[in-house]
Design a protein around this ligand. Structure first.
Ligand SMILES: *Cc1c(COP(=O)(O)O)cnc(C)c1O
Length: 396
């Protein structure tokens, strides 16, 4: 069989399992309405939680720095790509998150693989929640550390793994703060206690909490007052820009800039993007940021009670902007997704390997820029699809 024939065969296998993916054409990340194939729909699939991707202040700062510092940064940070906007953003991030230091990465994916593969090697152990983001999973694989994956949120299993594992040079407990496909949250106080008791450090990925949760949008750990050793966050979701960062102690950041390969061997972010992210941080910490977060939380309450009434509120969901509606079968999920779309609601179907087998789902994420009527419309359509048995009535 030729190379291309074998590729086509693999694609066919994906098709048969209902797992073949296609990209949808959209006209922008705006909260309310978005065009897909010329159709006007309400967008429930963006991580642009506060609508900041369309904010005029972010746009004007990006424009200004495009002129000042150029479009591409031309080199990696350690060669000749360390521009003023990068340095200023890192200073702002450290101040914002009250850490000694911060380091930019080109995405959350880069940050997680870079951190885990550099801080953990053969002599180390990583303890990772089963539903952690794929970038954490890949970071664990790249690290060559002994990886203990504990069942989602199962603190007793984590404790057993910590107690029974052999001594290690470094032990790292790593978790998402808000789980990206379930919308539930990690038990950070308990994880902190376990880390302390078992000589481990705590690494928390605040991708979906950054800008959205906690005082000033500092994340879930800040909301709970839990100290974190390695704080990863993205600038691409609630912050409305692009890129990611690690915030932590000075030695940690010095170490990462020396050893994290996904930092060292890649061109620095466009400075205009860093400048836009700085503008976003200043907004997040202002009364305007508070207003946006309050608006998002109103929408979360509205959707939570609407879904609960329909019997569609998944266990653990309801506190964050992410609402899964589990269908189970991949093909049925995509049929439900298309049925929603035909009725003007865009909530992308999520299938394995993004979620475990048998748990394919529709995933709704809410934005501060959704109107009350947008959610009312979505709930009415969901009610209709439940009545037609296109969406199962109860959540597992
Ligand atoms: C989205 C996400 C990432 C990846 O961030 P990008 O900046 O999009 O690469 C990492 N971790 C979690 C938990 C995420 O949800």
């Amino acid at each position: 069989m030729s190379f291309l024939e074998s590729i086509i065969q693999d694609l066919g296998a994906l098709e048969c399992q209902g797992l073949r993916r296609h990209m949808r054409d959209i006209d922008g990340p705006q909260a309310e309405l978005l065009l897909i194939n010329g159709r006007l729909v309400i967008n429930f699939s963006s991580n642009n939680y506060l609508g900041l991707a369309s904010h005029p202040l972010l746009h004007s700062e990006a424009h200004r720095h495009l002129t000042l510092e150029g479009l591409g940064s031309g080199a990696s940070r350690l060669i000749a790509g360390n521009l003023r906007s990068h340095r200023q953003l890192e200073e702002d991030l450290a101040r914002f998150f009250r850490t000694e230091s911060a380091l930019l990465f080109n995405s959350g994916y880069h940050a997680n693989i870079g951190v885990l593969s550099s801080i953990a090697t053969n002599d180390d152990q990583i303890f990772s929640d089963a539903l952690n983001h794929a970038s954490i999973v890949d970071g664990c694989r790249l690290s060559r550390a002994r990886v203990h994956v504990f069942p989602h949120g199962d603190l007793a299993a984590l404790k057993r793994a910590l107690s029974s594992s052999l001594p290690a040079r470094r032990r790292i407990i790593v978790t998402d703060s808000i789980f990206s496909m379930d919308g539930d949250t990690a038990a950070l106080p308990d994880l902190r206690t376990l880390a302390q008791a078992h000589d481990a450090v705590l690494m928390v990925d605040e991708a979906h909490a950054t800008g959205v949760t906690g005082p000033g949008g500092r994340g879930l750990a800040a909301a709970l007052g839990i100290p974190v050793d390695i704080h990863v966050g993205t600038l691409s979701k609630g912050v409305g820009a692009f890129g990611a960062f690690v915030a932590g102690s000075r030695p940690l950041i010095e170490y990462l800039l020396n050893r994290a390969r996904s930092f060292v061997f890649t061109t620095a972010l466009p400075p205009s993007v860093a400048a836009a992210a700085r503008a976003a941080l200043s907004l997040l910490d202002s009364p305007q940021g508070e207003v946006l977060r309050a608006r998002l939380h109103q929408r979360i309450s509205q959707f939570r009670s609407g879904l609960a009434t329909l019997g569609l509120l998944a266990p653990g969901a309801g506190e964050t902007a992410i609402f899964p509606i589990v269908v189970g079968d991949s093909r049925r999920t995509m049929e439900a997704c298309e049925a929603l779309l035909a009725r003007g609601i865009f909530a992308q179907g999520i299938r394995p390997p993004t979620v475990p087998h048998g748990t394919a789902r529709l995933r709704f994420s809410l934005m501060a820029t959704h109107a009350e009527q947008h959610l009312e419309r979505a709930l009415a359509v969901l009610e209709d699809l439940v009545a037609k048995e296109i969406i199962p009535r109860s959540q597992p």
